[in-house]
Design a protein around this ligand. Structure first.
Ligand code: AVI
Length: 319
């Protein structure tokens, strides 16, 4: 049953102002960088959906394969009558697999910052699982601290698939895990998708596909600045670059300037040297031990790990 969305917190302030402030700040840094969350406007979100279907992009199909092939084991590790709380639920594409694996799930609480993604997905889940009460919550990761879930002592199962945690800095990941712990309560468990370290001949093409979809996804950030912030970026004068940073064990996406040039944003001019980059995203790749340490710093213990046969991707159960 689809229930009235409940508002648990004051919605977060002015998204457009956030974008302008973040761009002016990020382009003023000695090493220019922009927060990766701004990659996901409507066009960027469509491009990301396209990325998840590319042959080179192994994470989505590997995680879906895992949720399908190990559904019995995952279901057995989770409480019956669970209330599933999904963070950044988006299109809720993997939720059906989890709900089907659970014994009599009671409710589903998708949390997402985009109303356009949240409500249709919540409605779809409510139609597919008529015995599950669906309570959509509009909000982003920054709102978690102020959210309350009036769900009594239900058996809460947090769900955060997709290895989106890999896009957070170490510090942001710990803060997110602590917020999730506080929101879900001490008796909850948390199921997360976590991408693992692997050879570079698999990793690099996943972020630099032959069709150039990831390049378009990255360059769309400049198009968005041009459109929304009176930007004057020449999109042909920048290229997509994805590199592996050994020290930080992460893929980094950058936009590399092909020449010395300048561009302005809302009337402020920024100069770029030839080959200078704007760092646009990190995607951390974990070892099982590295993720265990991160989980512990965030107030959780790893209780079970599900991996595919190639050990490319993991679904981690925290308690
Ligand atoms: C959303 N996130 C888990 C993706 C990743 O793999 O880090 C974002 C992405 N960026 C480029 N391709 C995919």
């Amino acid at each position: 049953m689809m229930l009235e969305p409940f508002v648990t917190h004051e919605p977060h302030a002015k998204p457009d102002g956030d974008f302008l402030d973040a761009v002016l700040h990020g382009l003023s840094l000695p090493k220019k960088s922009l927060p990766s969350r701004f990659l996901y406007d409507a066009h960027g979100s469509n491009l990301f959906e396209h990325i998840t279907e590319l042959p080179e992009y192994y994470p989505t199909r590997t995680e879906i394969g895992l949720l399908k092939s190990q559904a019995r084991e995952i279901g057995a590790a989770l409480p019956s009558g669970a209330v599933v709380v999904e963070f950044g639920s988006g299109s809720s594409r993997k939720t059906e697999l989890l709900l089907a694996a659970l014994d009599r799930p009671a409710a589903y609480v998708p949390i997402d910052i985009s109303a356009a993604a949240l409500y249709p997905a919540a409605r779809r889940i409510a139609l597919s699982f008529p015995d599950v009460d669906v309570y959509p919550v509009l909000g982003g990761f920054h709102d978690l601290e102020r959210m309350r879930l009036p769900l009594g002592d239900s058996r809460l199962v947090g769900f955060f698939p997709g290895s989106t945690i890999g896009n957070f800095s170490q510090r942001a990941a710990v803060e997110f895990l602590l917020s999730a712990r506080r929101l879900l309560g001490p008796g909850a468990v948390f199921l997360l998708g976590v991408d693992l370290q692997k050879p570079l001949d698999i990793l690099l093409p996943a972020y630099n596909d032959a069709d150039g979809v990831t390049a378009a996804f990255n360059l769309n950030l400049l198009a968005r600045i041009n459109r929304d912030l009176e930007g004057t970026f020449d999109l042909d004068a920048f290229e997509h670059a994805a590199i592996y940073n050994e020290r930080h064990q992460r893929i980094e996406m950058h936009l590399r300037s092909l020449a010395a040039q300048s561009a302005s944003v809302a009337g402020r001019t920024f100069s770029f040297a030839a080959a200078e980059t704007i760092h646009t995203e990190n995607s951390h790749k974990y070892t099982p031990e590295g993720f265990e340490r991160l989980a512990r710093d965030g107030g959780w213990e790893v209780s079970q790990v599900f991996v595919d046969k190639n050990r490319f991707f993991s679904v981690q159960l925290l308690a």
